[in-house]
Design a protein around this ligand. Sequence first.
Ligand code: AHM
Ligand code: MG
Length: 334
Amino acid sequence: MGTRLGTTITKKLMEEQRQFPKSTGDFSGMLYELVIGLKVIAYEVNKAGLMNILGHAGSTNVQGEVQQKLDIFANTTLIHKMDHTGYLCGMASEEEEDIIQIADKHPQGGKYVLLFDPLDGSSNIDVNVSIGTIFAIYRKTSNHPKCTLEDFLQPGKNLLAAGYAVYGSSTMFVYSTGLGIHGFTLDPGVGEFILSHPDMRTPEKGKIYSINEGNSINWDERTKKMVDHFKANDESTGRPYSSRYIGSLVADFHRNLLNGGIFMYPPDKRSPKGKLRLMYEAIPLAFLAEQAGGAAIDDKGRRILDIVPDELHQRTPLYIGSKQDVETVKEFLV
Ligand code: AHM
Ligand code: MG
């Protein structure tokens, strides 16, 4: 007799779908298509050193950043995987300047829009350090088949779902449709993601702070004081915290989600608006953090999910992680 495989994503999505009796199954179908795309990227990332796909592609993206070959591979994979499903009316990617219309292929238009950072942590691609993919899904708000920029520029509190894959010592898929947050680990033998972290909760308070201290020369006084706070000695509040910084947001976030702690990317003299992108980095991870009992704010103390985006590639300062640690940061900011 074979052993049970465990809960697959399909099974979990079907369980969640039952909570919405009027649901058509489109949403689950779309998410499952996306997961196949993520498996393709995971496969390619895992064998990257064997093929001639490491290194620069010789081009830059819309934000002037050097594109790696795997960045482009991941971007193209997701676009090709998702543009014929009929579920989406458009997509937006960190690697594409404008929104990607797919209504031409499906004149009736899909109900949803998908945003993604196809391969987050670009600087770690060539050195076998964890990287990931982040995504966010909204319902299209306009009522003609072609989607408009306004369909994308929605605050995070309107999200239908968000998640990420992290390509690390194992590949994990973590997502939420607003019914808690669940983590799956890819079983490479059968090629399926199996539920390994149901109903994830992040600790109320952590022991880790994550920030690029190499930028400290460019920080403002608030940031310097805040980081000094986490490094100060005070046994009663569990300080000093440990410093952990991978340089791949998705991997830093994932570690802090499990262990508790705070990730900070503040504004600085070089990047006065912060470095991270609101729509496909900060918002989806803020949604996941809140679903796990954590929090996420910008440098004005605003809840990330309340910010109404002005532009697709907007940047934001980000402070995200355990609730109490975010509260501590807020005291230094406002
Ligand atoms: P990317 O999406 O091009 O990889 O850029 C975002 C990355 C994040 O993953 C990470 O948190 C940050 O940039 C690291 O920046 P820095 O090298 O300035 O610390
Ligand atoms: Mg990124």
